[in-house]
Design a protein around this ligand. Structure first.
Ligand SMILES: [Zn+2]
Length: 330
């Protein structure tokens, strides 16, 4: 699935005349703060955010330029973030509203309704409703597009909310959650963090006869698993991280089914083994070696996993009993 594009528009610019609180906080500054918070909310979702205003607020991009930019980008939705004003002098105006154009599509109305209800819920401000207006920036019917008014810059009560971090977060959360729901955004896949220097240990043990029992666990090369002079019949192993898969060859002539971790052991209690093969899904190299009972020697470490490769595909010499094994992950 390809990444969903979304356009977020902080209304106006830093130097747009008149668009400010009575004490001089520019509307673009507040709009931009809300936009940054929406972006932060969406950071873990699989989407790409496009800004249609000038990022530093240096210019007040024209409404047509903003419109053309998000149409050209082929976004899945457009949200323009604004704050309202009534008289420009302190007054009692209050509430949030969300606009569609005058001929809204079903999608326009759905998105506007969703944002409006969440803005009311999170900001605690009065809902003034979903409204229609011929705003240029949302005046097309190809892409779901809405314009939000997050409260009155000159409303004495709204001012406290919209200039506060909590109020801006509430506005942003409403917009972000609405986009997640409306566009069915999915969480980004978590990259598998593979620390190159992180050690992966293998813990393993063998069942030996004629001891007829599991010998103690061994970790990596701190020891070997087995008792010289006693046949290994079965192997148990697991990793500190990831999965290990392994199988053994019985001396009477067959490879037994592969087992994973300690879901089962590889081997048949009572039957000596003469071959061992191991692999992992860690992306690391597993190195394993076996000791031969009769010739009393270690064979070289092998790394492969292939019954047809007697050189590096498994450890052992078929026909010769194994009495000890050692394993580590490189
Ligand atoms: Zn505005």
């Amino acid at each position: 699935m390809s990444t969903v594009k979304i356009a977020l528009d902080a209304g106006h610019g830093l130097y747009t005349v008149g668009k400010q609180t009575p004490d001089g906080i520019k509307e673009w500054i507040i709009n931009d703060k809300v936009r940054d918070k929406v972006v932060a909310f969406l950071a873990t979702y699989d989407c790409e955010i496009i800004h249609t205003d000038n990022d530093e607020g240096n210019t007040d991009e024209s409404l047509t330029s903003r419109l053309n930019k998000y149409i050209a980008a082929g976004v899945a939705a457009f949200v323009s973030l604004h704050h309202n004003a009534f008289t420009g002098k302190w007054n009692g105006a209050t509430g949030v509203e969300v606009y569609t154009d005058n001929n809204p599509t079903v999608a326009d109305t759905q998105l506007a309704t969703l944002i409006h209800s969440k803005m009311v819920e999170y900001t605690g401000l009065r809902g003034r409703g979903v409204k229609r207006a011929a705003f240029t920036v949302i005046n097309q019917n190809k892409i779901p597009a809405v314009l939000c008014e997050g409260g009155f810059m000159d409303g004495t009560e709204d001012y406290k909310v919209i200039t506060s971090d909590a109020g801006q977060t509430a506005y942003a959360k409403a917009v972000a959650e609405s986009l997640i729901e409306f566009l069915k955004l999915e969480k980004k896949a978590q990259p598998v963090v593979e620390k190159k220097d992180e050690k992966i240990s293998v813990t393993y043990q063998v069942w030996a006869q004629p001891k007829y029992k599991w010998l103690p666990n061994v970790v990596d090369l701190t020891d070997y698993a087995g008792l010289f002079g006693y046949d290994v019949c079965a192997v148990f192993a697991n990793l500190s991280k990831g999965n290990i898969f392994y199988k053994v060859h019985t001396k009477d002539g067959k490879w037994l089914p592969e087992v994973k971790n300690r879901e089962d052991y590889a081997g048949l209690l009572g039957k000596a083994i003469d071959g061992l093969m191991m692999r992992t899904d860690t992306g690391r190299t597993i190195k394993y070696a076996v000791h031969l009972r009769k010739s009393k020697r270690w064979l070289p470490f092998v790394t492969g996993y292939n019954t047809a490769d007697s050189n590096n595909g498994y450890a052992g010499i078929l026909g010769q009993e194994i009495d000890a094994i050692k394993i580590y992950i490189e």
